[in-house]
Design a protein around this ligand. Sequence first.
Ligand SMILES: C[S@@+](CC[C@H](N)C(=O)[O-])C[C@H]1O[C@@H](n2cnc3c(N)ncnc32)[C@H](O)[C@@H]1O
Length: 233
Amino acid sequence: MASTWLDFWQRENEFDESMSTNFNYFLERVETHIPLAKTNRVLDIGSGPGNLEDAWHDRVAEIHGLDISKRYNELARTRHVDSPNVFFHDLDPNDYLNFSPVANRQFDVIIVMSVVQYYRSIGEVEQLLQLIKRVAAPGARALVCDLMVGESFLSDVLGILKRSLLQGKLIATLKLLVRLRFSHYHTVRKENGFLVIPETEWLAMCERVGLKAQFINEPITLQQERRNLLITF
Ligand SMILES: C[S@@+](CC[C@H](N)C(=O)[O-])C[C@H]1O[C@@H](n2cnc3c(N)ncnc32)[C@H](O)[C@@H]1O
């Protein structure tokens, strides 16, 4: 049966547990580029199970997560039932660039972590950049992270293995890779692939949209060959 990434994220999947390891790595590095303040309003596009909200909810004024996965949003709402400044909004999977739940808001920090590779086209990503521009407050910073910019899937996997070895987590990573090979993930990846956008195309899109953007030099996510784009307003 044909399946898309949109379907994939609605179901329980192999990343439910492993995502937080990757996220901790990111958390240890992100504040070099995104200094946080107690007054910050944060938008987390593709918020998943709510890892960013877990880490930042008591350090900022409010956080809004947007996700196409009702399953993740329900999980995240349950986790944050006692956090009055945390909100999770459902995006329509068939209209995921409709940001009406946050259309009248402004944000000081916007994070898009490991999400755009599941978009359907570059045109949609350019629309995402326009939406980010629309909701960014003066002085805001947006970080679009974990971007696949041209390396092959194999080099992505080799990068993960190398990093896991250095962190003493090689066995756990190998187990995850084997599970993935025989899972729904493998089928969905084969059928849909990932959206890969070269760095030059990212920068050209930002210029067309009128955004001041640059790639961060050092890796800030576990997949070291993936790139991270910082946009300043
Ligand atoms: C790899 S997870 C990352 C979750 C979270 N950002 C993190 O790093 O912990 C990808 C997330 O993007 C969401 N997603 C996929 N396509 C999306 C889209 N078009 N719009 C919004 N969210 C999307 C999925 O439901 C999933 O929660």
